[in-house]
Design a protein around this ligand. Structure first.
Ligand code: GLA
Length: 387
């Protein structure tokens, strides 16, 4: 891979002198969906799929970006004029992080050449964007010797997403990418960013992702609407009680105070947040006990709640999850990520994986006329220097 990346870099930039190679992962969220902007617990893992970056410093203040996933041409920018570029959307993840670093007072005095290559299918809900953002921050940190923690890399990525890419996302994706640990989930309290690594020991069970190939585009979708609906629910609740985030409520308290939420849709969104948070707390317990069956049941309940109360699944994700639930050897299956398309994550007994892929794929196509792609994935670590 390294040789190939350097050759590609030479084709675009002429030579690959003084280059370094970096990698940042993608992520899959096991459970705790759509609650990272409501102060909830989430449980994502970094993947071994991700984004490679070949980079070197320049003597001038130019930023020369290219991507093997795009046209392989150089898009040129300057450190003296950092602003969003509507014509080259993909560069906004990079520019946004550079702007975030500048805002934080990090001195970046020289420009850079940077070539990207991503192995995460885009639009699959596996955080190719957070992967690129964290990679950019990591490249800056390493090339310029900056003292930046993983937590700050995550926050810079989130800022870029909000300010340069128009998505009012939570912190989960960038945190999982920046702080991932091999064979562990990151059990993160998004209310205060405290976290714990939880071993994911599946013993004969595989994590299988099914890509619906229904493209999701978070900023065009109802993602920002959901966030607004949760904020409205919270404002209504704050009229009767002193809470700062929906996930501070346990299910019983929510039952007694939910009438304060005037709009029916907002009430259901809030119910999802409260119940999903409770499920995630339960999920970490059963995972630590090695009870994969109970863990799988929580995954299924999460999907149902995302489908009925939160309404972010859509026909395609429902079809994929329902097809998975019918297959032998499946402990649980749910949509993962922002929703409205993207991937499901399923826990499948190893010997049943081939038939799972065949039969789930067939049923999905019968229902939707789309073809799903399947990936049997491994849990990887955070960003690394490869060369
Ligand atoms: C997207 C966002 C995350 C999170 C998930 C849903 O991936 O970027 O912050 O809200 O959706 O859990």
């Amino acid at each position: 891979m390294k040789e190939r990346l350097l050759q590609e870099f030479e084709m675009i930039y002429g030579d690959s002198k003084r280059c370094h190679i970096y990698f940042a992962p993608g992520r899959v969220n096991l459970i705790g969906e759509h609650i990272d902007y409501s102060g909830g617990y989430v449980m994502p893992c970094a993947l071994t799929m991700g984004t490679y970056g070949v980079a070197r410093k320049r003597e001038d203040r130019k930023l020369c970006f290219s991507s093997l996933n795009m046209d392989k041409v150089i898009v040129e920018k300057s450190l003296d004029e950092i602003k969003p570029d509507p014509d080259n959307d993909w560069t906004n993840y990079l520019l946004g992080v550079i702007a975030a670093f500048a805002k934080e007072g990090y001195e970046i005095e020289q420009g850079l050449d940077l070539m990207l290559y991503g192995t995460i299918p885009s639009g699959a809900g596996l955080s190719s964007s957070a992967s690129v953002e964290v990679l950019m921050g990591f490249v800056l940190k390493e090339l310029f010797g900056l003292d930046v923690s993983g937590r700050r890399l995550a926050l810079a990525g989130q800022w870029a997403e909000h300010e340069y890419c128009g998505v009012n996302c939570g912190i989960m994706d960038q945190f999982a990418v920046a702080m991932g640990k091999k064979d562990h989930a990151v059990y993160l309290n998004t209310g205060n960013l405290s976290y714990e690594y939880v071993p994911v020991e599946l013993k004969g069970v595989k994590l299988v992702l099914a890509n619906s190939n229904k493209k999701h585009a978070l900023n065009e979708s109802a993602y920002n609407d959901r966030r607004r609906e949760c904020e409205e629910a919270l404002r209504n609740l704050q009229e009767v009680m002193g809470i700062e985030a929906l996930c501070q409520l346990d299910p019983d308290t929510f039952d007694t105070c939910q009438k304060a939420i005037r709009d029916e849709d907002c009430r259901r969104r809030a119910r999802h947040a409260v119940m999903e948070n409770a499920r995630t707390k339960k999920a970490v317990e059963v995972l630590k006990q090695g009870d994969i069956e109970a863990f799988g049941r929580l995954l299924n309940e999460s999907h149902q709640s995302l489908s009925q109360d939160y309404e972010v699944t859509g026909d395609e994700m429902d079809a994929l999850a329902e097809a998975a639930w019918e297959q032998p050897g499946v402990y649980g299956s749910r949509m993962t990520g922002g929703g409205f398309g993207g991937c499901t994550v399923s826990l499948v007994r190893e010997e049943d994986v081939p038939s799972f892929i065949e039969n789930t794929g067939k049923k999905y196509t019968e229902k939707t006329s789309l073809k799903a792609d399947f990936y049997v994935v491994e849990i990887g670590g955070g960003p690394v220097v490869l060369l």
